[in-house]
Design a protein around this ligand. Sequence first.
Ligand code: GLY
Length: 307
Amino acid sequence: MPDGVVEAHLLGVRNALGAGWRVLEAGGGALDAVEEAVVVMEDDETFDAGRGSFLNRDGRVQMDALIMDGATLRAGGVGCVERVRNPVRAARKILSESPHVYFVGEGAERFAAEHGVELCANEELVIAREVERLREYQRAEAEDPTSRAKNTREMGHPAPGSEMFAPTTSHDTVGAVALDREGNIAAATSTGGTLNKAPGRLGDSSLIGCGCYADNLSAAVSTTGWGEPIMKLVLAKWTADRVAAGNLPEWAALEAMNYLKQRLNGHGGIIMLNGQGQVGIAHNTPRMAWACKTAHKEESGVERGAA
Ligand code: GLY
């Protein structure tokens, strides 16, 4: 996260925190709280989610989202949607109103529309900043076809094999975790994926146990970062399992970021909490915007628990 966008990120996560907190304060459930928090960030062009997302190779926004209820393990996910203004709303409808867990592409959009979720033209989700970012990326790639591999190495990823596709810019996948007064926890994650991704590429964010997981018996977890390594490690579930085994969320989050780095040279961040309200926030990138509120205090920042 370059210096120039730190304030916008902090404002964005604080606004999301406020929206989630208002739900909880009014006696609402954790599931509603994470949905409302993520909607705020999807609507905020600062982040790689909803309007303002990174563009895929074809210049289109293609988004993934998941929401999960720790009390029941019900979950709803959407993948590769292009016309849903708030993918987390569609995911929530799947969780609440479908016997299925996961919809992709056109079927996901049809399900969303049939359940009252607003659709829009893909062009409405595309902003000038991202058109320029994609143009610049593709221009650099055309001028020097080895640039992607070179950038990849500069980011610290091994060059051979699948690592050739490591993204070369920051991620802004968004997520929220919450604990309500009934003692239930929930998590939600939403993303536009990675810059210049191949159409149809699905990341970690909407996959249960990878970019998002919630179980009252362990933890609610949301991850951000380079999706492919996170998927391979099923990282959200891996981290929740460490809490179930008796580790504090704070340590489990740090361990997860070390594991991601050591095992696959992956980069990212994680937010999590358990049913006792113990929180874990960590990242192995230089920065990650976060905000956290309890009955006693409110905090936010762009550095915490750096692994
Ligand atoms: N973590 C977002 C993605 O890789 O799609």
